[in-house]
Design a protein around this ligand. Structure first.
Ligand SMILES: Nc1ncnc2c1ncn2[C@@H]1O[C@H](COP(=O)(O)OP(=O)(O)OP(=O)(O)O)[C@@H](O)[C@H]1O
Ligand SMILES: [Mg+2]
Length: 314
């Protein structure tokens, strides 16, 4: 049988050639191919000399991931800091990054990007109440990160006004509109990646963000309560068929051996740990007054976050 066209071969027609049977993404995002040196083909059809690029077939990982959700079951694990840092690193590589604060009940990531309340022309709340288009809520915070290249970070903040938070909690909103908003934002701003910072725990918008993500980053501390909660999130993500799920263990005390923590967490959830980040005095002192990787470019945590950013396809 001809490897190229599937026709039956007789001996006279038979030719031999090397062929790539399959291409896949292996460890550390390295594309690998299974190659056979002498396959039979009938010698009439002309196989392409080079494999044809089909980037649209890659789901997350190797190609740039479109939607990255950052979640944790419990609060205060470091979701907003992780989101802001990864966004800054991706933008530093030249990517156009959107960041949406879906933590409507207790927004905060705008602080890291230095966006003040009076600079928020529109918030996510305005979009959800039909007052404006989603792209009108996006604030270009690239300059606040000191980035000068091609890359951009656009932040969609959630309102910090008490009355507006109370209203959204009281009245709720159409979660379908949030889904449309994510996709409209990607299109309108030509985003390479959209990062979603979430409220801890599971509710309608966190479930949506998990369900639509190409990559789900779950942040946890080495803490028994976090371990139990992470089990819940991992199970939900599996049921929702999230294509890529990576765990980040954050705020790890110096007394713990990172390799052991990684192995234990990977065993417990049967999921990959993309980084074990130490508890950092510098991060505490920065106290969300800026984005860590731009302030401490040579810090070991920056190198670890850089590796995670690479896993997202940058
Ligand atoms: N590796 C770390 N070492 C020390 N402090 C950290 C580290 N990561 C985050 N923090 C600190 O922990 C606090 C909470 O971080 P952050 O706001 O990012 O968490 P969060 O998961 O978004 O919280 P919430 O659930 O309330 O939204 C901040 O003060 C931040 O500076
Ligand atoms: Mg947060």
């Amino acid at each position: 049988m001809c490897i190229s066209c599937g026709r039956a071969l007789c001996k006279e027609q038979t030719k031999k050639m090397p062929a790539i049977l399959t291409i896949y993404v292996g460890e550390a995002n390295m594309p690998k191919a299974v190659v056979v040196s002498e396959v039979l083909y009938q010698g009439v059809c002309k196989p392409q000399p080079e494999p044809i690029e089909m980037p649209e077939l890659y789901q997350g990982g190797y190609a740039m991931s479109k939607i990255v959700s950052v979640h944790s079951f419990r609060g205060g694990t470091g979701k907003s800091n992780t989101t802001a840092n990864l966004a800054a690193l991706l933008a530093a590589k030249g990517h156009r990054v959107g960041v949406v604060d879906t933590d409507i009940a207790s927004p905060g990531i705008h602080v890291l990007f230095g966006l003040t309340e009076d600079q928020m022309a529109h918030s996510l709340n305005d979009y959800l109440w039909g007052k404006c288009e989603i792209q009108e809520t996006a604030h270009d915070v690239t300059a606040n990160l000191g980035l000068r290249g091609e890359g951009k970070v656009y932040l969609v903040p959630a309102s910090i006004r008490a009355g507006e938070i109370a209203r959204v909690l009281r009245e709720g909103y159409d979660v379908g509109l949030l889904n449309d908003g994510f996709h409209d934002l990607i299109q309108a701003l030509h985003l390479d990646v959209l990062m979603i910072d979430t409220h801890p725990g599971l509710n309608e918008e966190t479930l949506l963000s998990i369900a639509i993500s190409d990559v789900l980053l779950i942040v946890l501390r080495p803490d028994q309560q976090d371990y139990q909660g992470t089990g819940v999130t991992v199970e939900v993500a599996r049921r929702l068929d999230v294509p890529n799920m990576l765990l980040i263990v954050n705020k790890v005390p110096a007394a713990f051996a990172p390799a052991e923590v990684k192995a234990r967490v990977e065993r417990a959830y049967n999921a990959e740990v993309a980084g074990v980040l130490p508890h950092s005095e510098e991060m505490m002192v920065l106290a969300s007054a800026g984005v860590f990787v731009t302030r401490f470019p040579d810090h070991p945590i920056t190198a670890m976050l850089q590796e995670i950013a690479q896993r997202l396809g940058a």
